[in-house]
Design a binder for this molecule. Structure first.
Ligand SMILES: Nc1ncnc2c1ncn2[C@@H]1O[C@H](COP(=O)(O)OP(=O)(O)OP(=O)(O)O)[C@@H](O)[C@H]1O
Ligand SMILES: Cc1cn([C@H]2C[C@H](O)[C@@H](COP(=O)(O)O)O2)c(=O)[nH]c1=O
Length: 263
């Protein structure tokens, strides 16, 4: 994790031409939480927070600034099998079986996504930007859905293992604002967008709680301003948390981290 191995993480941020996990000497810590040469960044937050918009923006910035391979993906989804589970679960097929069954389906999709896309990309040294990951299970099925936290932690340990994000950007905004954005985007709302406002407010509280509990991994980004301002805040957070990845001119203070660490 970022906070546990800052030196090792800077090395992973600086580029893939570093020693791989298999080249490590015995007893040395792995270069990052997942032990691979790449970097794993996740975007989290409620409906309509701007995650997809900002994944695309950061991917373009990183490609231009680093020349490294940048892989963008999403959960649930990212592989053909996981995308078919996404279609089913967002249609509401698993809803009658309850939130724990839904957590199992998200986990099944995550297993395929990790095995076929995320871990191979990290092993190649790529930067992986993922729109939602395990924190969404904690928030949607756990805090908002009522599944016991210890059960979800055990599931996450088995499914995710060491492939934990190096940095999680939590896009924060009032639930009503996000839902209004999602509605303006058009299309049919999915099974979760249809939940009551209280469910979405619990999600916001849950993501804030995750950020407070893991300030080394998570940066909270105010998602209420326009997309350019949000993208700039994200660049500042990335520059501050992953030194060496973005050029110095974007290395402005990461105010969210200061706030989280003070909490
Ligand atoms: N900062 C912003 N201000 C206003 N509108 C925005 C902003 N960022 C994104 N949008 C718009 O809000 C809608 C939702 O954005 P986006 O799809 O990026 O969010 P999301 O978090 O990925 O949503 P979801 O989780 O519901 O898929 C889109 O129509 C997008 O153009
Ligand atoms: C990974 C994951 C996702 N969800 C929910 C959250 C959203 O409502 C949808 C995904 O669609 P979006 O385009 O990203 O909004 O699925 C969940 O409940 N649990 C999860 O683990």
């Amino acid at each position: 994790m970022t906070s546990d191995a800052p030196g090792a993480l800077s090395a992973a941020a600086a580029g893939p031409a570093k020693e791989s996990a298999s080249e490590q000497r015995q007893g040395e810590p792995p270069p990052a939480g997942h032990g691979a040469r790449g970097l794993f960044l996740t975007f989290e937050g409620g409906e309509g927070a701007g995650k997809s918009t900002q994944v695309a923006r950061l991917a373009a910035t990183l490609r231009a600034a680093t020349g490294r391979e940048v892989v963008t993906t999403r959960e649930p989804g990212g592989t053909p099998k996981a995308e078919s589970l996404r279609a089913a679960v967002l249609e509401g097929v698993a809803k009658p079986y309850g939130p724990f069954a839904e957590a199992l389906i998200f986990s099944a999709a995550r297993i395929d996504h990790l095995d076929r896309l995320i871990r191979p990309a990290l092993a190649r040294g790529a930067i992986v930007l993922c729109d939602r990951f395990a924190d969404s299970t904690r928030a949607y099925q756990g805090a908002a859905g009522g599944v016991d936290e210890a059960t979800l932690r055990a599931l996450e340990r088995v499914v995710v293992g060491r492939t934990r994000p190096d940095l999680t950007l939590i896009l924060d905004l009032p639930a009503e604002t996000g839902l209004a954005r999602a509605r303006r985007r058009g299309g049919e709302g999915d099974r979760f967008e249809a939940e009551a406002l209280g469910f979405h407010e619990r999600l916001r509280t849950a993501f804030a709680g995750i950020a407070r509990a893991e300030p080394g991994r998570c940066a909270v980004i105010d998602a209420t301003p326009d997309p350019d301002a949000v993208a700039a805040a994200i660049r500042r957070a990335v520059a501050a948390r992953l030194p060496g990845l973005l050029p110095a001119e974007t290395s402005l203070p990461d105010r969210n981290r200061d706030r989280d660490d003070a909490a």
